[in-house]
Design a protein around this ligand. Structure first.
Ligand code: BTN
Length: 239
Protein backbone atom coordinates (compact mmCIF):
# COMPACT_ATOMS: atom_id res chain seq x y z
CA UNK A 1 0.00 0.00 0.00
CA UNK A 2 1.11 3.58 -0.53
CA UNK A 3 -0.13 6.70 1.19
CA UNK A 4 0.93 9.54 -1.08
CA UNK A 5 3.51 10.59 -3.66
CA UNK A 6 6.31 12.95 -2.80
CA UNK A 7 6.30 15.50 -5.64
CA UNK A 8 9.38 17.05 -7.26
CA UNK A 9 8.50 20.02 -9.45
CA UNK A 10 10.53 21.53 -12.27
CA UNK A 11 10.03 24.39 -14.71
CA UNK A 12 11.48 22.88 -17.90
CA UNK A 13 13.26 19.55 -18.32
CA UNK A 14 14.31 17.40 -21.28
CA UNK A 15 11.87 14.67 -20.25
CA UNK A 16 10.45 13.82 -16.84
CA UNK A 17 11.39 10.19 -17.67
CA UNK A 18 15.06 11.26 -17.87
CA UNK A 19 14.83 13.26 -14.65
CA UNK A 20 13.27 10.23 -12.95
CA UNK A 21 16.20 8.07 -14.12
CA UNK A 22 18.71 10.62 -12.85
CA UNK A 23 16.99 10.81 -9.46
CA UNK A 24 16.98 7.03 -9.21
CA UNK A 25 20.65 6.71 -10.04
CA UNK A 26 21.51 9.45 -7.55
CA UNK A 27 19.50 7.48 -4.97
CA UNK A 28 16.02 8.31 -3.76
CA UNK A 29 15.53 7.94 -0.04
CA UNK A 30 11.81 7.27 -0.24
CA UNK A 31 9.35 6.14 -2.87
CA UNK A 32 6.99 6.73 -4.59
CA UNK A 33 8.01 10.03 -6.14
CA UNK A 34 6.23 12.03 -8.86
CA UNK A 35 8.42 14.18 -11.10
CA UNK A 36 6.34 17.00 -12.59
CA UNK A 37 7.50 19.59 -15.12
CA UNK A 38 5.77 22.60 -16.63
CA UNK A 39 7.37 21.94 -20.03
CA UNK A 40 9.63 19.39 -21.71
CA UNK A 41 12.12 20.00 -24.50
CA UNK A 42 12.50 16.30 -25.42
CA UNK A 43 9.25 14.74 -24.32
CA UNK A 44 8.84 11.27 -25.75
CA UNK A 45 5.95 8.99 -26.44
CA UNK A 46 5.73 5.30 -27.17
CA UNK A 47 7.55 3.90 -30.20
CA UNK A 48 10.15 6.69 -29.87
CA UNK A 49 7.68 9.32 -30.98
CA UNK A 50 8.10 12.91 -29.90
CA UNK A 51 5.67 14.08 -27.23
CA UNK A 52 5.16 17.75 -27.91
CA UNK A 53 5.28 19.38 -24.47
CA UNK A 54 4.63 23.13 -24.47
CA UNK A 55 4.09 24.99 -21.21
CA UNK A 56 0.62 24.52 -19.79
CA UNK A 57 0.30 20.75 -20.30
CA UNK A 58 0.68 18.07 -17.67
CA UNK A 59 3.94 16.14 -17.80
CA UNK A 60 4.64 13.72 -15.01
CA UNK A 61 6.64 10.59 -14.27
CA UNK A 62 5.82 8.47 -11.25
CA UNK A 63 8.80 6.54 -9.91
CA UNK A 64 7.81 3.48 -7.99
CA UNK A 65 8.60 -0.07 -7.02
CA UNK A 66 5.21 -1.75 -7.24
CA UNK A 67 4.49 -4.21 -4.44
CA UNK A 68 3.51 -7.03 -6.79
CA UNK A 69 5.60 -9.30 -9.07
CA UNK A 70 7.20 -7.57 -12.03
CA UNK A 71 5.24 -9.64 -14.57
CA UNK A 72 2.05 -7.77 -13.61
CA UNK A 73 3.54 -4.27 -13.55
CA UNK A 74 2.14 -3.55 -17.03
CA UNK A 75 -1.32 -3.57 -15.39
CA UNK A 76 -0.33 -0.18 -13.97
CA UNK A 77 -1.22 1.28 -17.39
CA UNK A 78 -4.84 0.43 -16.62
CA UNK A 79 -4.62 1.97 -13.12
CA UNK A 80 -3.11 5.12 -14.61
CA UNK A 81 -5.77 5.42 -17.32
CA UNK A 82 -8.67 4.96 -14.89
CA UNK A 83 -7.17 7.41 -12.41
CA UNK A 84 -6.67 10.08 -15.08
CA UNK A 85 -10.22 9.62 -16.39
CA UNK A 86 -11.56 9.94 -12.83
CA UNK A 87 -9.45 13.04 -12.17
CA UNK A 88 -10.68 14.74 -15.35
CA UNK A 89 -14.28 13.90 -14.45
CA UNK A 90 -13.79 15.23 -10.92
CA UNK A 91 -12.67 18.59 -12.32
CA UNK A 92 -15.30 18.75 -15.06
CA UNK A 93 -18.02 16.08 -14.95
CA UNK A 94 -19.33 17.11 -18.36
CA UNK A 95 -16.31 15.74 -20.24
CA UNK A 96 -16.78 12.33 -21.86
CA UNK A 97 -13.49 10.52 -21.24
CA UNK A 98 -12.68 7.16 -22.78
CA UNK A 99 -9.67 4.89 -22.49
CA UNK A 100 -8.13 3.36 -25.57
CA UNK A 101 -6.18 0.15 -25.10
CA UNK A 102 -3.93 0.41 -23.44
CA UNK A 103 -2.18 3.71 -23.05
CA UNK A 104 -4.37 6.48 -24.45
CA UNK A 105 -6.76 8.96 -22.86
CA UNK A 106 -9.49 9.85 -25.38
CA UNK A 107 -11.90 12.76 -25.47
CA UNK A 108 -14.35 13.25 -28.35
CA UNK A 109 -12.63 10.38 -30.20
CA UNK A 110 -9.32 12.27 -30.12
CA UNK A 111 -6.18 11.67 -28.12
CA UNK A 112 -5.94 13.94 -25.07
CA UNK A 113 -3.05 12.14 -23.42
CA UNK A 114 -0.90 9.08 -23.21
CA UNK A 115 0.94 6.81 -20.83
CA UNK A 116 4.50 5.52 -21.19
CA UNK A 117 5.81 2.72 -18.98
CA UNK A 118 9.54 2.18 -18.71
CA UNK A 119 11.70 0.03 -16.46
CA UNK A 120 14.84 1.32 -14.84
CA UNK A 121 16.92 -0.69 -12.40
CA UNK A 122 13.99 -2.74 -11.16
CA UNK A 123 11.84 0.33 -10.76
CA UNK A 124 8.85 1.37 -12.82
CA UNK A 125 8.66 4.80 -14.44
CA UNK A 126 5.09 5.71 -15.28
CA UNK A 127 5.02 8.69 -17.63
CA UNK A 128 1.75 10.54 -18.15
CA UNK A 129 1.24 13.41 -20.55
CA UNK A 130 -2.00 15.35 -20.96
CA UNK A 131 -2.56 18.07 -23.57
CA UNK A 132 -4.16 21.02 -21.89
CA UNK A 133 -3.68 23.80 -24.43
CA UNK A 134 -4.32 23.65 -28.16
CA UNK A 135 -1.16 23.58 -30.25
CA UNK A 136 -0.41 22.91 -33.91
CA UNK A 137 1.25 19.59 -33.07
CA UNK A 138 -2.09 18.12 -32.04
CA UNK A 139 -3.42 18.10 -35.58
CA UNK A 140 -0.56 15.80 -36.59
CA UNK A 141 -2.03 12.91 -34.60
CA UNK A 142 -5.75 13.65 -34.17
CA UNK A 143 -5.09 15.14 -30.75
CA UNK A 144 -7.28 17.28 -28.56
CA UNK A 145 -6.44 19.62 -25.68
CA UNK A 146 -8.45 19.32 -22.50
CA UNK A 147 -9.08 23.04 -22.33
CA UNK A 148 -10.87 22.93 -25.68
CA UNK A 149 -13.57 20.78 -24.12
CA UNK A 150 -13.40 21.37 -20.35
CA UNK A 151 -13.47 24.40 -18.15
CA UNK A 152 -11.29 25.22 -15.16
CA UNK A 153 -8.73 22.44 -15.62
CA UNK A 154 -5.09 23.34 -15.06
CA UNK A 155 -2.04 21.13 -14.74
CA UNK A 156 -1.64 21.66 -11.01
CA UNK A 157 -5.20 20.78 -10.06
CA UNK A 158 -5.25 17.88 -12.50
CA UNK A 159 -2.00 16.36 -11.22
CA UNK A 160 -3.11 16.68 -7.58
CA UNK A 161 -6.45 15.07 -8.30
CA UNK A 162 -4.86 12.37 -10.47
CA UNK A 163 -2.28 11.38 -7.83
CA UNK A 164 -5.01 10.93 -5.21
CA UNK A 165 -7.05 8.72 -7.52
CA UNK A 166 -3.91 6.78 -8.50
CA UNK A 167 -3.03 6.04 -4.85
CA UNK A 168 -6.59 4.85 -4.23
CA UNK A 169 -6.74 2.59 -7.30
CA UNK A 170 -3.19 1.30 -6.84
CA UNK A 171 -4.06 0.22 -3.30
CA UNK A 172 -7.11 -1.66 -4.60
CA UNK A 173 -4.79 -3.45 -7.05
CA UNK A 174 -2.33 -4.37 -4.28
CA UNK A 175 -5.03 -5.67 -1.97
CA UNK A 176 -7.50 -7.21 -4.45
CA UNK A 177 -5.58 -7.84 -7.67
CA UNK A 178 -6.36 -6.87 -11.26
CA UNK A 179 -10.06 -7.86 -11.42
CA UNK A 180 -11.59 -4.67 -9.93
CA UNK A 181 -9.25 -2.57 -12.09
CA UNK A 182 -10.13 -4.55 -15.21
CA UNK A 183 -13.85 -4.07 -14.66
CA UNK A 184 -13.48 -0.32 -14.00
CA UNK A 185 -11.32 0.03 -17.09
CA UNK A 186 -13.77 -1.86 -19.30
CA UNK A 187 -16.54 0.53 -18.27
CA UNK A 188 -14.50 3.40 -19.70
CA UNK A 189 -13.00 1.55 -22.66
CA UNK A 190 -13.34 2.82 -26.20
CA UNK A 191 -14.56 0.46 -28.86
CA UNK A 192 -15.34 -2.81 -27.09
CA UNK A 193 -17.23 -4.96 -29.60
CA UNK A 194 -15.82 -3.06 -32.58
CA UNK A 195 -13.73 -4.27 -35.48
CA UNK A 196 -10.09 -3.32 -35.01
CA UNK A 197 -6.65 -3.67 -36.47
CA UNK A 198 -3.83 -4.20 -33.98
CA UNK A 199 -0.53 -3.06 -35.47
CA UNK A 200 2.85 -4.37 -34.40
CA UNK A 201 6.26 -3.32 -35.64
CA UNK A 202 6.20 -5.42 -38.81
CA UNK A 203 2.75 -6.98 -38.90
CA UNK A 204 -0.89 -6.59 -37.92
CA UNK A 205 -3.91 -8.61 -36.78
CA UNK A 206 -7.59 -7.98 -37.57
CA UNK A 207 -10.57 -8.94 -35.48
CA UNK A 208 -13.16 -7.78 -32.99
CA UNK A 209 -11.97 -6.22 -29.74
CA UNK A 210 -14.01 -8.15 -27.17
CA UNK A 211 -12.28 -7.15 -23.93
CA UNK A 212 -9.20 -7.78 -21.81
CA UNK A 213 -8.45 -10.98 -19.95
CA UNK A 214 -7.62 -11.49 -16.28
CA UNK A 215 -3.95 -10.61 -16.87
CA UNK A 216 -4.52 -7.47 -18.97
CA UNK A 217 -4.07 -8.90 -22.45
CA UNK A 218 -6.36 -7.68 -25.21
CA UNK A 219 -8.82 -10.30 -26.45
CA UNK A 220 -9.18 -10.22 -30.22
CA UNK A 221 -11.91 -12.41 -31.70
CA UNK A 222 -10.79 -13.54 -35.13
CA UNK A 223 -12.70 -14.82 -38.17
CA UNK A 224 -11.95 -18.45 -37.30
CA UNK A 225 -13.64 -17.84 -33.90
CA UNK A 226 -10.38 -18.10 -32.04
CA UNK A 227 -9.57 -15.53 -29.42
CA UNK A 228 -6.08 -14.18 -29.83
CA UNK A 229 -4.48 -12.64 -26.73
CA UNK A 230 -2.31 -9.60 -27.35
CA UNK A 231 -0.03 -7.99 -24.77
CA UNK A 232 1.33 -5.05 -26.78
CA UNK A 233 0.51 -3.27 -30.02
CA UNK A 234 -1.39 -0.27 -31.33
CA UNK A 235 -5.11 -0.38 -31.76
CA UNK A 236 -6.89 1.16 -34.76
CA UNK A 237 -10.65 1.19 -35.18
CA UNK A 238 -12.19 0.43 -38.55
CA UNK A 239 -14.49 3.00 -40.10
C1 BTN B 1 2.21 8.06 -25.74
O1 BTN B 1 1.01 8.26 -25.88
O2 BTN B 1 2.92 7.67 -26.66
C2 BTN B 1 2.79 8.27 -24.37
C3 BTN B 1 3.08 9.72 -24.09
C4 BTN B 1 3.74 9.92 -22.74
C5 BTN B 1 4.18 11.34 -22.52
C6 BTN B 1 4.67 11.56 -21.12
S1 BTN B 1 4.83 13.27 -20.72
C7 BTN B 1 5.62 12.85 -19.23
C8 BTN B 1 6.57 11.72 -19.55
N1 BTN B 1 7.82 12.25 -20.07
C9 BTN B 1 8.01 11.93 -21.33
O3 BTN B 1 9.00 12.27 -22.01
N2 BTN B 1 7.01 11.18 -21.78
C10 BTN B 1 6.01 10.95 -20.75
Amino acid sequence: MIEAFETRRFEEVSSTQDVARELLSAGLSSLPVAVIAKAQTKGRGRYDRTWHSPEGGLYMTMVMKPQRPQDVWSQISYITGISMAEAILQLDPSVGVKLKWVNDIIIQSKKAGGILLELDNNHLLVGVGINLKRSDALSQYNGVALNEVASGVDAERLSASFLKRFVYNYNIWVSSGFEPIRSLWLRMAQGVGKGVVVRFKDSEENGTFIGVDETGQLQLLQDDNNIKLISAGELYFGS
